[in-house]
Structure formats: C-alpha cells, structure tokens
Design a binder for this molecule. Sequence first.
Ligand code: ADP
Ligand code: MG
Length: 386
Amino acid sequence: MTDNERAEIVLDSVSKRYPGQKDPAVDAISLTIAAGEITVFVGPSGCGKTTTMRMINRLIEPSAGTITIAGRDITRMNPDRLRRGIGYSIQQAGLFPHLTVARNIATVPGLLGWDRKRIAARVDEMLALVGLDPDTFRGRYPRQLSGGQQQRVGVARALAADPPVLLMDEPFGAVDPITRGLLQDELLRLQSELHKTIVFVTHDFNEAVKLGDRIAVLGNRSRILQYDTPAAILADPADDTVAGFVGAGAALKQLTLVHVADIGLTDCPTARESDSVDTLRAALAEQDWGLILDDQGRPLRWIAKPQLSQATSLHEIGLPVTGTVPLRATLQRALETLLAESNANAVVTGSHGEYLGLITIDTLVTQLSELRAEHTGPATASEPHP
Ligand code: ADP
Ligand code: MG
C-alpha cells in the first residue's frame, strides 16, 4: 500500500454482528471506494457508518465478508501494520491529552522507526500543511488549543506517515459552523494536492455534498440506498428515503457544486471614488445603477442614477456593498451574498479584493436549469426508478 493511485478499497458482503445483538449492525454491504477520491458515507445516527468504517482499519473485525485495499485482503495482514498505512481522524480529534502537539503528530512516524531529525521535520511540515505555525504550536498541549486547532492537529497526525488511505469519522462534528466550513475548505485544498483515498463519515448531507466525489447514502444496517456523485443524487434521489434525507431545497444545494470561477460574470458601470460625478453620470447613460470603487478598484458602494443629481463628489454617496464573493466561492455562497444586497446582485472580487463583475439572480436561475438538464435529461426525467 504505497501507491496512492492503486489504494482502491473493496468491501464485499461485509457484515458485523456485535456479540449479544439480535440484528447485525452492518448487513452485507458491498461497495468499491475509488482510489484518490473522497467517498462520503452519509446516513442517520446509528445506521452503522462508524462500524463500517472501523472494519476498514480493523478496529472492528468483520463477522463476514472480505475487504481488500489495493487488492490485498486486509484480514490476512498484521493489524498494526495495516493501521500504520491508514490515517484515522475522529471527532474531538482524539489527541493524546498528555502529549504535546509535536509528539501527537509524531506517533505513527515514531512507530515506523523514523529517525528524530526526519520526524521533527515532518511534524513542522504537517503543521504548516494544516495551517498552524510550527513555532507557535509544536510545544503546546491539546488543552491549549481551540476545537478547530485540535481538529487540524488531528488531521496532521492522520497524515504524518503519508498513508495512502485516510478514514475520517465525523472529524468536524464538534466545532462551530464557521470553523467547520474553514476545515472543510482546508480538507479540499489538501486533497487537491495529496489525492489520498479518503473515506469520510458524516450525518450532515450538506457536508457530504461539499466534500464528496461520491456519496454513499446509507440506511439501517448500512444498506446502500444510493451510491453516486453529489450532483446525480441531488438531481435524482433514488427513492423517497433518500429524497427525505437530501432534504428541502435539493435544487438549491446543487449550487454548492459550481464555483464562481466556472461561470460568466455580468458587468456593471463603475467609477473610482476620486473620479468626477460627471464621469459616473456618463457611465450610467445606459444603466440605472453602478458601483463606486476605491482607488485600488475594490467595491465600496452601490450608486443609483437619481442619487447623482445633487452630488458634488463620489465620496459620500451611495449604499455600502455589504458583502463580496471571491472567485473560489461556490454559487451557494454567491446566492447568500446576493440575498443580503438591496439590489440582489453579488459582487465578485479577485485575489486583491478588486471588482471583477457581478452574479445576478438570472445567472443563478440559468445555472440551476442547466444542472438539472445535465443530470437528468429530458428522456429519463419522468421514468420511474428501478
Ligand atoms: P453510526 O456511526 O452510523 O452512528 P454505529 O456504527 O456507531 O452507527 O452503530 C451502528 C449500530 O451498532 C447501532 O445500533 C449501535 O447501537 C450498535 N453498536 C455500535 N457499537 C456497538 C458495540 N460495541 N456493541 C454493540 N452494539 C454496538
Ligand atoms: Mg458514528
């Protein structure tokens, strides 16, 4: 298991019956988890997600069935060796409270017998990778970190020995929504560089849509209700249970799958704050409103034509732009921004905060109908599901 590209995981009729339980917790699940992708298990609490995941690194032994990773049957492997090749990250980070951040991250490299210099370098590299300053954090104890920082250290520890496979069990479940969003963004950034085979468990369908290349929607006893791309599940839930789980606003959730950079922006008239009122008046010949920018081209205020009539300068007039969206943002985020603006437009900015264009409600409506057409198509949209 050294080659990321081949670390495909195959579960074949895998079951788990806990001692003394009448029903199995996991009943004959079969699925192939593609190498180098993020596969999300999503389903209600108690449906068997954790049990299924922990059988992959043999923290739980299957009662029946086989699991292979990169073609090798894991039941024939030494469990300790197996686990050193699989990063594991859980809610509350699961850090050892009595060990420093550095020693937490060094756990698996230490077990693998790396020398001290290599381990120290790796600890610093991992801290930087997850966005924590090594000098500040390597000597701290877990209790001296915020919840979000602990989760970052948890991810750093899981990645320290560069395992081809990463199992993540509701890793961001215990942090506040804003931090969770940032950690999700970080994970996607990391994955775009690392291309690990990641199995990610969550009960939050929105998180599944944001992170998953593929999503397995699980029902009781880990029965697979649907296994497909987020776009396909949102566009066409397999049955009423999945539809219920996808929840209201499935169409709108498709907006999380498209980024601002992927679509065409609308332009509007602009002037710099230091320009004359006449300059803006000329720019507004064809349209009733526009934007005043600062001298670096960053958006400041919306301006409507009538507000110009009495104005002597562009410094004090107009209504403030309340929020902007960067190119890397999703259309979901653009929608939220747009709804907060008085004129229902979202201002898109570049890497220096400069004005690039607008997203309008029309753009979003067009995108949604294109997404629907792409994933259902007129021929299959009305057919019943098998
Ligand atoms: P999830 O992660 O989806 O919430 P789990 O895999 O933790 O679900 O649990 C699946 C089912 O197995 C639940 O009904 C749970 O009560 C049961 N279960 C989990 N762990 C054990 C255990 N060690 N012994 C007995 N039953 C268990
Ligand atoms: Mg669980």
